[in-house]
Design a protein around this ligand. Structure first.
Ligand code: 5GP
Length: 206
């Protein structure tokens, strides 16, 4: 059966800063050709090594607000005092082709996507411990007040894990990646995701 008989799924990954969501996404994308990454827009400045159009679309506040007004964002939220949002067009284009789209977005964004797309798969990634989270955050080259703000916000984010469909602990990276890949595979094979036009194909086999 062609993959085109199923509309692509939306795989949403949320985690507190430093839990390893970026690395997990990178590894997943490397092993799954059916998965595409949704590059978000943000008003926060790029970190060293981050490229416009690859890691984020880096925008000033005026341009970001213009995108909101034009309805170009599927969702947007204020996170750590900066704007972040998901471009609508890319997701529509990829899922129509039967491809799955992964989005690394915060809790507010995840809940807003779920309201619009109830079939979205919501995965929350937990750090193995708070000490480990602190150590990973301290290892970044962010300013100390940025790290402090992110740590403070992480407590609120962790409380939201119970509202997700799946919770994965990122203790061992390879295991976490394998688990999320299995979740995606199982979810995309659900009968409810069959395109209505392929119902005749299934009936013909019966
Ligand atoms: P960071 O600045 O560390 O790259 O991201 C900060 C937070 O913003 C993370 O929780 C990240 O998942 C979230 N984020 C990134 N892109 C989006 C987006 O398009 N929408 C929403 N709602 N959150 C996002």
């Amino acid at each position: 059966m062609s993959d085109y008989m199923r509309k692509g799924a939306l795989l949403i990954i949320s985690a507190p800063s430093g839990a390893g969501k970026t690395t997990i996404c990178r590894k997943l994308l490397a092993r799954r050709k059916d998965l595409k990454y949704s590059v978000s827009c943000t008003t926060r400045p790029p970190r060293p090594g981050e490229k416009n159009g690859k890691h984020y679309f880096f925008l000033n506040r005026e341009d970001f607000k213009r995108k909101i007004q034009r309805g170009e964002l599927l969702e947007w939220a204020m996170v750590h005092d900066e704007y972040y949002g998901t471009p609508r067009h890319f997701i529509e284009e990829q899922t129509k082709k039967g491809l799955n789209v992964i989005m690394a977005i915060d809790v507010q964004g995840a809940m807003s996507i779920r309201r619009k797309h109830p079939a979205a798969i919501l995965v929350f990634v937990l750090p193995p411990s708070m000490d480990e989270l602190k150590a990973r955050l301290a290892g970044r080259r962010d300013a100390s007040e940025v790290v402090a703000k992110r740590l403070a916000n992480s407590r609120g984010e962790l409380a939201a894990a119970k509202d997700y469909d799946y919770v994965v602990v990122n203790d061992d990276l390879a295991t976490a990646v394998e688990q999320i890949s299995c979740i995606l595979t199982a979810e995309t094979l659900k009968t409810s995701r069959l395109d209505p036009s392929s119902a005749s194909f299934v009936t013909a086999l019966a």
